[in-house]
Design a protein around this ligand. Sequence first.
Ligand SMILES: [Zn+2]
Length: 132
Amino acid sequence: MIIPKEIIDELIRQARQDAPNETCGYLLGICGPDGDVVKENYWMENIDHSPEHFSFAPKDQFAALKYARSKGLKILANWHSHPASPSRPSKEDLRLANDPTIRYAILSLFEGVHLNSFLILNGEVVDKEEHL
Ligand SMILES: [Zn+2]
């Protein structure tokens, strides 16, 4: 999955703004000939307002899907920040990652800024890409 630099910068801004709580959203994009390309960050409210976990509201998920369709985009990834831990899924993240068709991206502000994305199947990471 390709994430353009200006979108990565936007994710970092959003993560810093919402710290110490985790921030979250969707990465919307297209499946092109060279693979998936992110075109847009779609901010979603972390209804947990927590530094250690996040949840989307079902109505926001529905609105995001509707928005993506209206723009001809797909939800390529679910992303969230880890303000104080590394860019890898927590046990809770693995447990809640129930869609093996999208990637799960984690932007960490811990010991520098790192962004990895994962494919998760049955609670286990089956693929990892480093974006930053
Ligand atoms: Zn997490």
